[in-house]
Design a binder for this molecule. Structure first.
Ligand code: CDP
Ligand code: CDP
Length: 227
């Protein structure tokens, strides 16, 4: 049996991490985990329940009421996130969630809650996880670490295309502002800031199609498996 590895994909917002991670996991027959979806689902819960997350003493009790789960879609087979047994895969992509998620993802107890579950999911290897701190904190010994990037304008255009389909009133400026704000908070927070791991390989997909980025990543996996 071929050696199973851990693939950690980190990088800036909207640069194609999830697209690559999902495709890579499918090709390899690995588990795919979208760690950002976990922070987004926690944010959705805090917003719905009106939790005052600026009061850190309230966080542990709130987290106790949250159960996150990844399950495959019955029709497409795509992995989707569940919050307390409710499929929230679609809801968590809203800009309302994106506007608060980086603030909530910077909270110590929230990160500990998510990281513990992420590390458990990686125990048996054979996993592709994307996020911000996967190669640095969650799986510092991952066999393959990819750090993704793409030009700002391209990232905004890609994310705008997705969001405008759901909400025709959304503006490019709003999307650009959100991406810029999240990148800033994510890279500058005290705990587990977004960093390129020393041993990560940079993948700039500004001019790459999804197929091309997958091919490049598969080559990197081959190298990591035989290493
Ligand atoms: O898809 P996009 O790149 O816009 O974001 P995401 O991966 O869904 O992550 C949403 C937010 O969750 C990020 O902006 C971070 O604030 C947070 N996040 C994090 O702190 N650590 C991770 N490993 C993944 C996401
Ligand atoms: O996970 P992250 O926020 O980094 O990005 P994503 O959700 O995977 O990708 C954001 C958007 O860019 C999606 O609509 C992808 O289909 C698109 N994309 C693209 O057009 N070309 C690529 N090479 C990669 C992603």
């Amino acid at each position: 049996m071929k050696k199973k590895i851990i693939v950690a994909i980190d990088g800036w917002s909207s640069c194609g991490k999830s697209t690559l991670a999902r495709a890579l996991a499918k090709q390899l027959g690995y588990i795919y985990v979208d760690s950002g979806a976990m922070y987004r689902a926690i944010t959705l819960y805090f917003l719905r329940e009106h939790i005052d997350w600026t009061n850190e003493t309230l966080i542990p009790a709130a987290l106790e009421d949250i159960e996150l789960d990844f399950r495959p879609n019955e029709n497409t087979g795509e992995i989707e996130i569940y919050l307390n047994d409710e499929n929230v895969e679609y809801l968590i992509r809203d800009l309302i969630v994106a506007e608060k998620v980086s603030e909530i993802a910077a909270i110590k107890d929230v990160r500990a809650f998510a990281v513990e579950q992420q590390q458990k999911m990686g125990k048996k290897k054979g996993i592709v996880m994307d996020g911000r701190d996967i190669g640095t904190v969650v799986f510092p010994r991952a066999e393959l670490k990819i750090f993704m990037t793409a030009d700002n304008a391209v990232r905004v255009e890609r994310r705008f295309k997705e969001l405008v389909e759901k909400n025709p009133n959304i503006s490019v400026e709003e999307v650009a502002e959100n991406i810029q704000m999240r990148d800033y908070i994510d890279a500058n927070r005290e705990i587990s800031p977004l960093r390129q791991a020393k041993d990560a390989i940079v993948l700039d997909n500004t001019n790459l199609t999804q197929d091309e980025q997958l091919k490049k990543a598969l080559k990197l996996v081959k190298g990591a498996v035989v290493a």
